[in-house]
Ligand binder design. Structure first.
Ligand code: 5RP
Length: 293
């Protein structure tokens, strides 16, 4: 059964849930459950001690990493025996892989397609049987993290540099569950620099074409080729580079995604439009599940 989050079941929350579900009727998404309705903007907020008012209502202090694990645990409840799974990349997806590994050790039969070499290594360590998209037709479910999620469940991904394989795997999946701490929820995408995977050849021409696409969408900002910790250009699993575009706000993300994909030197953008079917956001006061209808 579903784990109860802090405060779940109180009449106050039940009232909020009903109110949000009513709002959901007017939106293309449905809020299934919420522990609270305020999403803090600052990434560090959740690592701070919550006010005593909250503590007195029995709400624990949790770290960002615990929140990520809670979101991963909730996603695991959607995994059934025999499923073919896409395994996401990043610190949140890593929790999911570890928890899935525990299920596999307990006898659950699943097979996974990793979205990066890093996730492949994690999954192998957790003894999760792996396959490829050449060996299976469709995947039942992909569980992955995100850098930003908007109310239409569009995403920015690629902070970990795995956006291309992540998009290929998500596109081959019947469902995609995004797991994240609640700081990833934004009204409008773009505060997180948009990762765009590019071919190194003709980089300047590609960046000029990207700038033109940004201008057509009424946005602009600095672009930079991503560097690794060692100071060298970051090279993706596919052998490409990543340009991070600091746009601040992307009012029409579907349009920008289409324009970027039409540029020959662009392999893929980190805009995931229409992929996520469910988002699980863990916050200090509970877990919020948002589902596309
Ligand atoms: C990797 C990704 C990740 O899912 C995204 O960066 C979120 O990572 P984290 O869970 O570590 O915050 O898109 O390419």
């Amino acid at each position: 059964g579903r784990r109860r989050a802090c405060g779940e079941g109180s009449s106050e929350l039940a009232t909020r849930r009903r109110a949000l579900m009513q709002v959901g009727i007017k939106l293309p998404i449905e809020v299934l459950w919420t522990g609270h309705d305020a999403v803090p903007a600052g990434k560090t907020t959740l690592d701070m001690r919550p006010p005593d008012r909250l503590l007195s209502r029995g709400i624990r202090h949790v770290t960002m990493d615990q929140l990520k694990r809670q979101a991963a645990a909730r996603a695991l409840e959607h995994v059934r025996d025999g499923m073919k799974l896409g395994l996401g990349t990043g610190s949140t997806a890593k929790h999911f892989v570890e928890l899935l590994g525990e299920k596999v050790a307990g006898g659950m039969r699943v097979v996974g397609v990793p979205t990066s070499e890093a996730t492949r290594a994690d999954a192998e360590r957790c003894k999760i049987p792996l396959t490829t998209l050449d060996q299976v037709d469709r995947l039942d479910l992909t569980v992955d993290g995100a850098d930003e999620v908007d109310p239409a469940l569009n995403l920015i991904k690629g902070g970990g540099g795995a956006l291309l394989r992540e998009k290929i795997v998500a596109a081959a999946s019947d469902r995609m569950i995004v797991i994240a701490d609640e700081t990833k929820w934004v009204d409008v995408l773009g505060r997180f620099p948009l990762p765009v995977e590019v071919i190194p050849f003709g980089l300047a021409a590609t960046q000029r074409a990207m700038a033109a696409a940004f201008a057509q969408c009424g946005v602009s900002g600095q672009m930079g080729v991503r560097k690794g910790r060692d100071g060298h250009v970051f090279v993706t699993d596919g052998g490409h580079w990543i340009v991070d575009a600091h746009l601040g706000r992307i009012p029409d993300a579907p349009r920008l995604a289409g324009l970027l994909n039409a540029i020959p030197g662009v392999v893929e953008s980190g805009l995931f439009i229409g992929f996520a079917t469910m988002v699980i956001l863990a916050g200090a006061n509970g877990i919020r599940v948002v589902e596309r209808r």
